[in-house]
Design a binder for this molecule. Sequence first.
Ligand SMILES: Cc1cc2nc3c(=O)[nH]c(=O)nc-3n(C[C@H](O)[C@H](O)[C@H](O)COP(=O)(O)OP(=O)(O)OC[C@H]3O[C@@H](n4cnc5c(N)ncnc54)[C@H](O)[C@@H]3O)c2cc1C
Length: 500
Amino acid sequence: MQFNIEEILQIAKKIESNGYRFYTAAAEANEANRDWLSKLAQEEIGHENIIDDFARSLVSPADSPDDPDNLVLLYLNSIADSLVFSASADPRTFFDQEVSIDDIIDDGLRREHEAVAYYSALQNAMQDEAAKAQVGLLINEEISHIAWLRRKQEELNNKRKARGKDRIYDLIIIGAGPGGISMAAEVIHAGMDSENILILEGAPRTSWMIHSLYHEQHRVVADYKGASPVTYGIMKMRNMTKASTLKMLADTLQEYDIKVLYDCPILSIEKKKGIFHFQGKEHSYKARFGVISIGVFNRPNHPDYPIPASLSEKIYYEISSNKIEDAGVLVVGGGDTAAEFVQSLLNSGNRVTLSCREADLSAMGDENRQAIKAAEARQPLTVFAGSDIRKIVPHSKGIQVLFHDESRSELLVDNIFYALGGNTPLQILKISGIEMKDGKPVLTKANESNITGLYLTGDLAARDEIGAISTAFNSSYAAASHLLQKYFPEIAAQQAKSRS
Ligand SMILES: Cc1cc2nc3c(=O)[nH]c(=O)nc-3n(C[C@H](O)[C@H](O)[C@H](O)COP(=O)(O)OP(=O)(O)OC[C@H]3O[C@@H](n4cnc5c(N)ncnc54)[C@H](O)[C@@H]3O)c2cc1C
């Protein structure tokens, strides 16, 4: 679909009027935050007026975007195209169901980011300096809204952190990935009060590992690496995209009103006089029972050779937070994460080399192995299978990579992505006194540790299997059922009654 400049400005107006309607409905829905939400709504009207003035001065053909190759206009059109759908939906429908202030801030941020992307593309399309400056005004206004929303988010989180430290919860869960979220959902579904349950998440958002290690096009499969897709509790698993997996987990949080404190990494757990103390960086949180569900990707593994300090800015361990394009990139690693990094980097127009120790790519799942082989045939991908890096050194043109096998030619790249897996967060398990055998926690069938009332779920409870989302859900179901029967028998009995 092609838009002309008048339509493009109409879309800009629609973004602003939607912004106004969104913040007005938000203010009505949330009394405690009414003042500042109303202020944001009023500012969106101001933006609409700027666009009106701007449209009057721009609609003459001489001032239309000047883009000889049509590239910028094409880009603008593509953003407009994707926005038309969301812009045509009435933002007030968002409030048809009950929404928390966190949901409002999240959706507000999404809207503001879309507006900034749209106006930045529009600004690029302008040649006239006065027109550019006017669009710049709008961009600055939207950016100030983003900063405002972020500050509010931080303020709310800090208040909750401070409040949360003063009370004793029934259950605290560490980690808001599939394991932690399903654990909270299971016990709340069974009848525990969501007000007495808290998840402490180390990252700024939930499901952080999925967010940061899955590439955007990852097909999330229910039978990952041979795991059974069958689940026994309320959480169900099916084949999905990364976005729909994250949405399914976010919807669960909303459906069960699960409380999460973000940016709250827990360093140790201690049981004193029957109460668990979860020690964070600033505060300690208390609960009668605990669950550790922090996955196995605590910190990405680093290579065994040193990384020169001058190269540190060119080295990455995760894929989502950087936008490397049109570069020569080396991916080091042989598993599925490495395969995902390769595919994502190829998609952003990079020339990629994959170095892995396995000569037959046997550490990857079948699907990824086939994808890598297919990509090698038709995309700028070179696979150094069976290779072992000796060291990396700075070079005037980037990074020089040297291999143990000297017959293999040296490689010159701009960036390196390491996908060497994560190290199990042994430290926190050890400090907390959890019994370990062969580097793995010793657990009962129901995933209770040697410390009574402290459970492990998710990848940490996968034992000798490879962890998957379905197994994380099942480990939580087992732990939740046991916790309820042993420590909350009245809730378990009530649940059994309602089932029969
Ligand atoms: C690249 C890749 C692709 C995959 N594809 C699939 C697939 O297609 N299908 C499938 O079923 N499975 C897949 N998996 C496996 C699946 O993602 C995991 O089994 C699942 O996420 C495990 O859930 P979890 O909750 O145990 O851990 P995680 O998902 O790792 O979540 C742990 C959470 O705990 C937080 N945390 C960590 N330390 C702390 C701390 N000290 N304090 C507080 N919070 C902390 C983290 O920030 C994170 O949010 C894949 C894994 C990878 C790496």
